[in-house]
Design a protein around this ligand. Sequence first.
Ligand code: ATP
Length: 412
Amino acid sequence: MNVELISIGDELLIGQTINTNASWLGAELSHLGANILRSTSIPDDDKQIQKTLHKALFDADLVIITGGLGPTKDDITKQALADYFNDELAIDRPTLEHVQRFFSHRKLPFLDVNIQQAAVPKSCTILHNKLGTAPGMWFEDRGKVVISLPGVPYEMMEIMREEGLPRIKKKWTIRSFYFKTGNLQGIGESYLADQIQDIEEELKREELSLAYLPSPGLIRLRIGSKNGQEQSERIDSYFAEIEKRFPKHFYGYGTETLAEKIGILLQKNKVTVGTIESCTAGKIAAEIGSVAGASAYFEGGIVSYSNRLKEQLVGVRPETIEKFGAVSEEVAKEMAIFGKQKLSVDYCIAVSGLAGPTGASEQKPIGTTWIAIATPDKISTQKFIFENNRQRNITRSVLSALNMLRLELEYS
Ligand code: ATP
């Protein structure tokens, strides 16, 4: 089944709204086994809507349109669709009653313009919108289907889950796309690609797809099959090989985060953790604390951004800062060792780095970061030189620190 997505809205073209509808629909439909041919964003313009729909229906079996269904003047999708299908708009009674109930429940004034929310092309089947007032619409034309949905993401998703996807599954028998995603931290995309060249070749031979999904500090590797679950064991065995090759980087599957992973390990080992953070200013603590049930192993942390608080709250010696500078192995070590005592925890993560953009020196470029982990019986440190971007440096510091703790918990 070939699919084309059309996203309507001036705001998408001028960068005011990120097109999350297209990415959600793309994920859901490819999961079903559909082939996404194209995704196009166009303005709220009658001619563009009709022209784009005409072109899309040339190649695609299913066209999904989002946006432009509201009651305002710029919302012209419905009329454009009626014109395209040589149809006319008429009030749909059940939709009108739903819209009226929607307004009266919320004690909102019901205006004439709201009646128009219930006007739809006569030839369409209504896809009920229980979270909003603009209904979704399903058109069939010479064996092809056009679905029109509101632009508001949560309304669009609800209509698809409840009405659109079940109808699509009924109309087309498609072999579902099965995939598994493995997550790696702290490894470069090109290095990884170089190291798994042989695996990539084998995957190709077995007609399995491989995708690299990088973000700062992380790479998600997705291996997929167009034959549903049939090749799931083959995919598992490829991942087992990748895990074996990169134990320091490979930390989990699917949506599992590093914070969740260390949460499991800390609980399993019945130990606690705390954080002493400088350049990450509490983000490591926030990440650990974002996991449900973190209170079982997370005691808390100190944000010691200034040298004064590194000394006064954590106990770092002034002479260590004086001699080596705040961003140094010695200071990170003292932060972790004294922090572990102060917080009375089994493991303490400490981070001190130059997130930038200012403060660099010849010996310490922007991105220089020292991370120390104090464990019950030792202290490990690592120096990183990230990049010249503050936000990415912070993200990469957080992920690297969590991964260092994971390695201590898993392999020491
Ligand atoms: P409603 O009648 O419920 O307003 P609508 O179809 O008229 O639905 P739009 O007016 O096009 O929807 O957009 C409503 C909101 O949804 C806007 O805030 C818009 O930015 C957002 N939106 C529209 N299209 C997308 C999209 N493709 N991805 C993410 N958000 C979107």
